[in-house]
Ligand binder design. Structure first.
Ligand code: ADP
Ligand code: MG
Length: 618
């Protein structure tokens, strides 16, 4: 039964529960919804503002304070004021160790391979718990502003987030009491906010340039039939508006003939100047000069000087755009639209650089720090079934498969498949009486699993002992809309079953996905050769196994000559296998097959025929 209620805030009948869209940012977070006029709208809770700084402060009672209030403690109690927690989500200490100096709070490093923890006061928190605090604040604000319970949300993540980071985001939502309907890529959300992708007949290639507080990324998306495919992403997770603030701060220190170390030692002065630098930067987005004073210190800067100071950093982002295009196999001419995302794209110099590079005016009518949340709200509306005309799908960036004989990657879900998706394949055993089957799941484009990334491994145990080739093992991959994979293995004759959900202990580094793709192209030729050799070998070895077993088992049905001639062919195949000669192996295997076929057919039972046809895992 549909629930109908009256929304006191909007004064209208509310048939469905509202699903909100959340941009959980590194620097700022916010929440948006679809208003009764059917337009996406950011939530501004009674004068508290739209952006919630992604900062969590723990006071002495270990109560969490989130947002602007928490931000104030960055100066007075930095050890207990957690910012940029998004950088730590789904990551191990090893992933973040290189940049640990940017964090003023304690990150626990006793186990470098497992997910990080953060210490505040005498308690330890996971990044999931901390992100949940931010989400709880957003949920509360939405509920207060909309005067209705909010239990369901769509949350955005950067396109380069891996499974582990996506899963962590989803878990944070759950912990905050939100049913996370979908994890959506930020560039996908931004394009939706501009209405791109809403028309299923439209095909477009777009670039989304996102310069936030501490991170930069550019994504090249292809949109077709309501499917958003990420062709390439590039960027720098340690480049953003904070660098611009720092550049201004350093400029003032120099102009006032101060010593940097002296200022740095005075935490309060340092933070005051840093905040002043940020206001200067923002002011210079609309005026030519900023001129204020902090005590005796002159905080003056003009637009031109500011642009010189940041020019190198901005150039770096343009280089990343170039690289992304190269990776996508495109040129600027192929880009139909450029979208600006992130507060730092309000700096006119940044906008100009992007325009110059792409040779067209970027889209910036929608506030760049709101556009992602607005798009998330649209996605939420689609999921709520309010826009049944459109179907929004994401695609998986890397292929998923399992290891088969000889260390080969057997792809079950191919790269760029639409998600959610389900695919499966049937396997069998390679040894008589085999009762366990090891299932190793990999992600990547290379033909050999050792070149790909291992996601998980498990044993399907308790297969009843049967001749090789007889068990029928169905392996099913279920990839949900967030890119989280469930693998299920079931032996059909006995019903023995095993299932795992894959949440890797820590994820791919930001560039790894790209590198894996590039590697697969670079090595394509040698991979194919290797794969063909391995396949020939597996086939040859399997044939040897069955042929030897065959003459042993069925000796009484065979003539002396048949047996001795078969043995000659077997020896021939063995020699070819030892020499690792693909063509000879195939030839000898063929010979053996041809020779034994007439009498094999006489006696071959169903079991062996399955063995010779089926694929083997181990
Ligand atoms: P994130 O996605 O990393 O959470 P945002 O998109 O909210 O971050 O961007 C935050 C950054 O945008 C900060 O560095 C902030 O100083 C900068 N910013 C906000 N407004 C302006 C402005 N008017 N001019 C220049 N930079 C701005
Ligand atoms: Mg952002």
């Amino acid at each position: 039964m549909a629930k109908i209620s009256i929304n006191l805030a909007t004064g209208s009948l509310q048939k469905e529960e509202i699903i909100v869209g959340i941009d959980l940012g590194t620097t700022n977070s916010l929440v948006a919804f679809i208003n009764p006029e059917k337009n996406p709208q950011v939530i501004n809770d009674a004068g508290k503002g739209i952006l919630v700084p992604s900062v969590v402060y723990f006071n002495q009672q270990s109560d969490a304070i989130v947002g602007n209030e928490a931000k104030e403690f960055l100066t007075t109690d930095p050890a207990n004021t957690i910012f940029s927690v998004k950088r730590l989500l789904g990551r191990s200490y090893k992933d973040v160790a290189e940049h640990k100096e940017i964090f003023s709070y304690k990150i626990i490093d006793d186990d470098t391979d497992s997910l990080v923890k953060i210490q505040a006061g005498n308690r330890f928190y996971t990044p999931i718990e901390l992100s949940a605090e931010i989400l709880k604040e957003l949920k509360a604000r939405a509920e207060h502003a909309l005067k209705t319970p909010v239990n369901r949300a769509v949350i955005t993540v950067p396109a380069y987030f891996n499974d582990s980071q996506r899963q962590a985001t989803r878990d944070a939502g759950k912990l905050a009491g939100l049913d996370v309907m979908r994890i959506v890529n930020e560039p996908t959300a931004a394009s939706l906010a501009y209405g791109i992708g809403l028309d299923p007949t439209q095909q477009k290639t777009i670039a989304v340039y996102d310069l936030g507080g501490g991170t930069f990324d550019v994504s090249i998306l292809q949109i077709q039939n309501g499917i958003f495919e990420v062709l390439a992403t590039n960027g720098n997770t340690y480049l953003g508006g904070d660098d611009f603030d720092r550049a201004i701060l350093n400029y003032w220190i120099e102009k006032n003939s101060l010593s940097f170390t002296m200022v740095a030692e005075d935490n309060i002065l340092m933070q005051t100047l840093r905040l002043k630098a940020e206001s200067a930067k923002k002011a210079l987005s609309t005026q030519n000069l900023f001129n204020e004073q902090v005590g005796e210190i002159w905080c003056t800067i003009d637009k031109q000087t500011f642009e010189q100071l940041i020019s190198e950093k901005v150039q770096e982002t343009i280089t990343a755009c170039k690289n992304a295009l190269v990776d996508a196999g495109l040129t600027v001419k192929d880009i139909d639209e450029v979208i600006l995302v992130g507060g730092s794209t309000r700096t006119p110099f940044v906008k100009q650089a992007v325009e110059n590079f792409f040779g067209k005016m970027p889209q910036d009518n929608i506030n760049p720090d709101e556009v992602v949340a607005l798009g998330a709200a649209i996605q939420a509306d689609v999921l709520a079934g309010n826009r049944s005309d459109i179907l929004l799908l994401d695609v998986t960036p890397l292929s998923l498969g399992i290891e088969t004989m000889g260390g080969l990657m057997d792809v079950i879900i191919a790269r760029n498949s639409k998600v959610p998706t389900k695919a499966g394949r049937q396997y069998t055993t390679s040894l008589d009486g085999q009762i366990n089957m090891k299932i190793s799941v990999y992600q990547g484009e290379r033909d050999l699993v050792k070149e790909n990334r291992k996601l998980a491994e498990f044993d399907l145990k308790g297969i009843p002992a049967m001749p090789a080739g007889l068990p029928k093992v169905d392996i099913n991959f279920l990839l949900n809309a967030d890119g989280i994979l469930t693998v299920q293995a079931i032996e059909l004759r006995s019903g023995v079953k095993q299932e795992i959900e894959i949440t890797p202990s820590y994820g791919l580094s930001d560039d790894t996905v790209e590198k894996m793709l590039i590697d697969s192209i670079t090595h394509a030729k040698s991979d194919v050769e290797q794969r063909m050799l391995i396949e020939a070998r597996s086939e040859g070895e399997q044939l040897l196994y069955t042929a030897e077993r065959f003459i042993e088992k069925h000796a009484e049905h065979l003539t002396e000559v048949e047996i001795s001639e078969t043995k000659v062919h077997i020896e021939g195949l063995k020699t070819a296998l030892a020499a690792q000669e693909k063509d000879t192996i195939l030839k000898k295997a063929d010979d053996l097959n041809e020779f034994t076929r007439p009498f094999a057919e006489r006696v071959m039972d169903a079991a062996i025929s399955t063995a010779m046809k089926g694929k083997k895992i181990d």
